[in-house]
Design a protein around this ligand. Structure first.
Ligand code: ATP
Length: 358
């Protein structure tokens, strides 16, 4: 069931669109990430949903009720911002109880709920500490507990992990995901980190310049990006400018590959310039003979990043550079200067439209 629906929402600041005709449905119980580069309008869209910003046009409904003009404090949404905005003069328990106090919940219920939430965030022994005496990760958990204390109808998280170091951030991503699934609370999270979005989201909304570029499950977007912007933004990718030539495509430098399958009616005409996307893990590196494999290119290894569990290799293919992901087991002894063959299996090659010039 769809809970939150945005109908043709725009937000203009002066003459510029921060949010440009956005239509979106957020399904019940799912975690949706707004993902995009700095300035693409993620926070503005989130603030419109929160009620902290009024759209210039368009509307939003929640469970069928129009919320467009309903103020933030009457929406019953829980929020966690990048700054966390915890009250420094209050203890952990007082911070968590704050939304319950605002609602004039009786003190016995408040105490029970706070105890429950402290258990849930695994900080029951820190109830009486000031939040200034907590670590970044602990503060993070308190902010989430406070946001969900009053059982909000929707949880909004705006870059809540950006102040944490990489390791803690990854651990908190898992915690947020498990908590969200356990509570089944519909959640929207803003992030500019594609890895974070891939880890957490049921659905990712990729934005650029105020517009939604693609909405989909993380792996669907990774495998089938609709355009060059999305392909480039989600994951590592080799995006090569190629030209169609009959049933082949010509790569920079002149090597050729078989024309990848295109959805019906979308095969490029001969001479047309398009982009070829192939993910590094799909590039198959051969260090010996060329073998019988088709779609195989000559190249020379120009860089090897071997981190033990995996190898990232850069291959100069006479006119362009490929990044390949492999393992020490698959390609033992791979080193800079080594001549190799790179197989680009036809099923892993995707043609996508070139990014329109800005
Ligand atoms: P970031 O990841 O850097 O936070 P974002 O994707 O969240 O970026 P927004 O903060 O939504 O982007 O900003 C979108 C655009 O709207 C930007 O060009 C920004 O400068 C502009 N903008 C946002 N708020 C205002 C405001 N109050 N007044 C004028 N322009 C604004």
């Amino acid at each position: 069931m769809t809970q939150l629906i945005l109908h043709d929402v725009t937000k203009r600041f002066n003459d510029a669109y921060a949010v440009d005709h956005v239509n979106l449905s957020v399904p019940d119980g799912k975690l949706v990430c707004f993902l995009g580069p700095s300035g693409c309008g993620k926070t503005t869209l989130m603030r419109i949903i929160a009620g902290l910003e009024t759209p210039s046009s368009g509307s939003l409904t929640f469970e069928g009720v129009d919320l467009t003009r309903v103020p933030a404090n009457r929406r019953d949404f829980g929020m966690v911002f990048q700054s966390l905005a915890l009250f420094p003069h209050m203890t952990v328990a007082q911070n968590i109880a704050y939304p319950l106090r605002l609602r004039k919940t009786d003190s016995a219920t408040q105490a029970r709920r706070v105890a429950e939430l402290l258990e849930m965030i695994q900080l029951p022994h820190m109830a009486g500490r000031l939040v200034t005496q907590l670590s970044g990760g602990q503060r993070q958990r308190v902010a989430i507990a406070r946001a969900i204390a009053a059982s909000p109808r929707l949880l909004l998280l705006d870059e809540p992990l950006s102040a944490l170091d990489a390791k803690l951030r990854e651990a908190m991503q898992v915690e947020i995901r498990l908590l969200q699934q356990r509570l089944g609370i519909t959640t929207i999270m803003v992030t500019h980190d594609q890895r974070e979005a891939m880890t957490l989201a049921d659905e990712i909304v990729v934005m650029e310049q105020g517009r939604i570029q693609q909405i989909g499950k993380p792996l669907d977007i990774y495998r089938d990006p609709v355009n060059e912007f999305v392909a480039d933004f989600i994951g590592l990718g080799n995006i090569l400018p190629v030209t169609a030539a009959g049933d082949q495509i010509v790569l920079p430098g002149g090597q050729r590959l078989a024309m990848p399958a295109s959805p019906a009616g979308r095969a490029p005409a001969s001479g047309q310039d398009v982009r070829l996307l192939i993910r590094p893990e799909d590039v198959c590196v051969r260090t010996g003979e060329r073998g019988a494999a088709t779609n195989t290119l000559r190249g020379v290894v120009t860089f090897v990043r071997d981190v033990g569990v995996s190898i990232e290799a850069t291959i100069d293919c006479e006119g362009f550079t490929l990044t390949a992901a492999t393992t020490p087991r698959e390609t033992p002894g791979l080193h800079t200067g080594m001549p190799v063959f790179a197989e680009l299996p036809a099923h892993a090659c995707k043609l996508i439209a070139a990014r329109a010039p800005h």
